[in-house]
Design a protein around this ligand. Structure first.
Ligand SMILES: Cc1cc2nc3c(=O)[nH]c(=O)nc-3n(C[C@H](O)[C@H](O)[C@H](O)COP(=O)(O)O)c2cc1C
Length: 204
């Protein structure tokens, strides 16, 4: 089992989504032969999905010849996809930022979500995910928002968005775990303990 861990928090040891994800990964790694590849989205290594990347993508669509700069950028994009495609199990940990995902996680999604890589398209039947036979766990942390919260305390567009994206690319076995609220919470220790217990039980 090859595990690919995508860390979308900047906060290192302070990160609550990372702390829960690490407990989940420790359980996964107990399986014989399990290996781990970790991508820290804020380490600056992700290529930008910029004019060269879009140019290379459009050249593929239209059959035009990509420029040298476009080809060089596309090779970097493909290297990210190959790391992603090599895995059997995904673990994503992400903070809730402004009711959604942090921009680096969207950047990663824009890099790997390419026709012929993660999805196919047929004019008659539409889209089909190509990342079949894999499963994913997402650990979300939010400072205020939590399930059942009153109106005027924010929203969570990250959970439905990631459910939709994993389904779109063909990963239909998805579990999402929430550790929340991490800030406005008089008993965060028990909130965190419950999230870890749920994460470990899901892996079990
Ligand atoms: C830029 C930014 C935006 C945030 N937006 C929200 C939000 O919309 N809703 C919320 O409940 N918490 C929000 N928070 C709080 C984080 O979700 C919270 O601190 C969470 O624990 C961060 O995840 P981490 O502990 O894994 O780093 C925000 C924090 C930052 C830095």
């Amino acid at each position: 089992m090859k595990i690919f861990h995508i860390n979308a928090s900047t906060r290192g040891e302070e990160s609550q989504s990372l702390a829960v994800a690490e407990r989940l990964i420790a359980k996964l790694r107990a399986a014989p032969g399990a290996t781990l590849d970790r991508l820290d989205l804020f380490d600056g290594s992700l290529p930008a999905f910029d004019a060269n990347a879009v140019g290379a993508k459009m050249a593929l669509f239209t059959g035009a010849t990509a420029t040298a700069a476009q080809k060089a950028t596309w090779a970097k994009v493909e290297a990210v996809f190959k790391r992603f495609a090599a895995a059997d199990v995904y673990v994503v940990n992400t903070p809730l930022w402004n009711n959604g995902i942090p921009y680096v996680l969207k950047q990663f999604i824009d890099l790997v979500t390419q026709p012929g890589w993660t999805f196919g398209f047929d004019p008659a039947s539409g889209y089909s995910g190509l990342m079949t036979g894999k499963r994913a766990f997402v650990v979300h942390a939010s400072g205020v928002y939590h399930e059942g919260i009153r109106p005027n305390f924010g929203s969570d567009f990250a959970t439905p968005y990631l459910a939709d994206w994993f389904e779109f690319i063909g990963v239909s076995e998805l579990e999402q775990i929430h550790v929340a609220p991490t800030v406005v919470n008089g008993d965060y220790a028990s909130t965190k303990a419950k999230a870890i217990a749920r994460a470990e039980a899901l892996v079990e």
